[in-house]
Design a protein around this ligand. Structure first.
Ligand code: AMP
Length: 413
């Protein structure tokens, strides 16, 4: 039996998400998926117990980790620094290098590393691949990646803009080109990944040239609980006038800001409901969110010069017609004309037209157009699929000619 399956693991601090995909023929058929939550609280003691549970769930479905059909495990790793710009076959040196990057991503990389270590213990013979959230943004030119601070200080401490959500921006920019029937290399896209975390990217011909997140995922757009861009002097001011410590401002800006900080809710559905009742705080939160989003759209028009498509993705981007309409309203001068009827259609009521785009990932389509037919710039809703992207990149690496693979994978048969 040839090994064509990839197990994708996304190990967070208190949860492990997994998907098993069959990459035969490049399709990416989803065979199983699940999540083990509340790690460290009660019955799931730690990541070892969580991954053992994942293994047990897969075995119960007849898809055990010992299957000869399993080609590799693909791990989502949040921060790759400047060292990792591509999917990387994991060995002890790679694990050590990801550990070295923990100061840049103290909340995320430790959990990713634990997931890697446990998976390597469970199947030491299996190729394991790290796919980095930062990698797609490694092409951003210095002019966009550099902060205008003392260069020696920045270089000594790795202070620069890295960007995140890279697998999503990579997948969606390609899917949007396919939706338009265009070659990726000839498509300029603005990708708006609007989930609980949110980021924008400017992608020229498949190559990322700017993104809104920076050293950490705090910069840029207004998010569910994160402030996005602020004057950094706010931190000094709060330190001086309110005696707030570094940890307190970190918590303020990452966990008590954004939509939550502005109105007490971080879920766009609830904010929409409250706005319908005339709630002014919810309306203001929405307005601040939209204002920032529109500024980035305008900025990325200037960065790209020519834009073929604006693609909305992730929880808010895929589901909130109100956000899309407000973000695209009145941009005729940029060549954007939204079709408000198409925009308001729910994707679920569109099964037939979803399929009529011709082709698409398994069980879906590349997305749907919501711009008017005569809009110079296309506007699209493109469902993201980070797991499929991780599996695709992982499988491409391990199924490459053996001479291309740094260490020879040993397959069980
Ligand atoms: P994500 O991080 O991509 O899973 O996105 C999660 C966020 O998507 C939630 O916090 C909600 O704000 C938003 N969301 C999910 N479903 C909807 C919906 N039907 N309408 C508006 N927002 C939604």
């Amino acid at each position: 039996m040839s090994a064509t399956r990839v197990l994708v693991l996304n190990s967070g601090s208190s949860s492990v998400k997994y998907q098993l995909l069959d990459m035969a023929g490049g399709a990416g058929e989803r065979l199983a998926s699940g999540i083990v939550e509340r790690i460290g609280q009660g019955e799931v003691a730690d990541h070892t117990a969580a991954l053992k549970r994942v293994a047990a769930e897969l075995a119960a479905a007849g898809l055990g980790l010992d299957s000869p059909a399993l080609a590799a495990v693909g791990h989502r790793v949040v921060h790759g620094g400047t060292r990792f710009t591509e999917p990387t076959l994991i060995d002890d040196g790679v694990v050590a290098a990801i550990e070295d990057l923990v100061p840049l991503a103290p909340l995320h990389n430790p959990a990713n590393i634990t997931g890697i270590k446990v998976a390597r213990e469970l199947r030491p013979d299996l190729p394991q691949v790290a796919v980095f959230d930062t990698a797609f943004h490694s092409t951003i030119p210095e002019a966009a990646a550099r902060y205008a601070i003392d260069a020696a200080t920045a270089d000594a401490h790795g202070v620069r803009r890295y960007g995140f959500h890279g697998t999503s921006h990579a997948y969606v920019s390609r899917a949007a080109a396919r939706l338009l029937g265009k070659d990726v290399s000839d498509t300029n896209a603005i990708v708006l990944h609007l989930g609980n975390g949110a980021s924008a990217s400017a992608v020229r011909g498949g190559v990322c040239v700017d993104t809104s997140m920076g050293l950490t995922p705090l910069e840029g757009l207004v998010m569910g609980t994160r402030s996005g861009d602020i004057d950094p002097a706010v931190i000094f001011h709060l330190s001086r006038v309110a005696g707030m410590s570094t940890d307190e401002t970190d918590t303020l800006l990452n966990k008590r800001s954004g939509l939550l900080g502005l109105c007490g809710d971080n879920d766009m559905r609830e904010i929409g409901r409250r706005m319908g009742e005339g709630d002014e705080r919810a309306q203001l939160a929405f307005d601040v969110y939209i204002h920032r989003l529109r500024k980035y759209v305008g900025a990325y028009f200037a960065v790209l010069g020519r834009v073929d498509v604006v693609a909305f993705t992730a929880g808010v981007g895929e589901n909130s017609a109100a956000v899309r309409e407000a973000a695209m309203h009145g941009l005729g001068g940029l060549g954007i004309e939204l079709d408000t009827v198409r925009n308001a259609l729910r994707a679920s009521s569109e099964g037939a037209s979803g399929g009529s785009w011709g082709g698409g990932p398994p069980g879906g389509s590349w997305g749907r157009l919501i711009s008017a037919v005569d809009s110079r710039v296309a506007v699209a809703v493109v469902p993201t699929d980070e797991e499929l992207e991780i599996a695709t990149e992982t499988y491409a690496l391990v199924s490459a000619a053996p001479s291309d693979v740094p260490t020879a994978p040993i397959f069980r048969s």
